[in-house]
Design a protein around this ligand. Sequence first.
Ligand SMILES: [Mn+2]
Length: 413
Amino acid sequence: MPVGWVTLKDMRILHTSDWHIGRTLHGADLRRCVDAFFLQLLHVVEERGVDLVLVSGDLFDRAVPPVEALSQTHTLLDTLTKRAKVVITSGNHDGPVRLGFCAQLLSDRLVVVTDPESIGTAVECGDTKDGCLIYPIPYLEPDLVRHILTDLPPSDSGVPDPLPRSHEAVVCAALRRVRADLVRRRNCGDLRPAVLMVHAFLIGGTASDSERNIEVGGVCAVPSSVFDTLGGADRVDLGVIYVAAGHLHRPQAIHGASMPIRFSGSPIAYSFSEAGVNKSMVLIDTDSRPVSLELIPLHPHRPLVQLQGFMDDLLRSPDPHARQSYCSLTVLDSARPANMIARLREVYPHALLIQHLTSHTLPTSSSHSARSEQEPCAVASEFFTTLGGRPLNEEENAVLDSMWTRIRIGRTQ
Ligand SMILES: [Mn+2]
């Protein structure tokens, strides 16, 4: 701890993000998975004496969430805010105006920050001597905020130029606002530790298949070193103890800055690319320097499992764990087995993705090129040949021909 910093009352902060309430997984309703997460969240808040819960963006999966998602989230927040203070920012999936509706009217227990103008205003937790400062930074869409956050000198017309059209430029401008407020507070003797919330793709992070691409102008990533404008070896320590990041759905640490940065990850797996990834939340204890971070594991209501193999092997003595899981099944038999989907669903009732894939079914770009000029029968024959791994025999071709003839006659009638 730098000279001059005093020990304040310990605050316990629980960092989460990317709840994506209302999302489905290949058509499956995930409401029971969300309920299971909420129960674990409430349990941890109570058991560990959490003062503050952070949601670093993507509370909902879309700008206009289904009413069931709203009611489920309302019920949770109603209980959660009786036990801890909650700070929520908007992510790239949220609609900032809708999510921020009535934000000014909310109680001290629930803070929702979606307005870029509010960046640099700290959310104070605890009293003026104890506690901590939270600086929420909602997701910043460069095209929407580069005029709002600009601090460039005025051009000839007297209007400041907008910031460059990049995520890095708008996040850096947000950090300058945070820094200005921190410097002012430190000069006034406010030494409460500060935590930042940010929703962005930080360089060094590993993506999954379930994050929506935020690329703008070919660049979507922000270097983690930008956070060193808030402290670092050769700068004055402004007391930023942690950056609570959202956007990437795998829990992970990001290196390259002088303070710890973590993506808490989504509490629920939203793509099969996250199968086997252990989900967690981050518990931050503000008491120690460097700050103590603990990963609190989340247990999925229904895990995700990917299996591939031959039909007989998949059906014969299946793993009971896989039978209770959401499954992605890939069948490798050379010919597509009869009633493949129905037979697999009997054994794996929660199978969400079932595909037949063999080495000869891998698509090639040339196979799609001339379709519009080919006879429909030839296209169909090519399709079955690709899927089945052998050309159609005479009898099968005759069936195809007669079906096409019937379709053609139907059209001309
Ligand atoms: Mn997300």
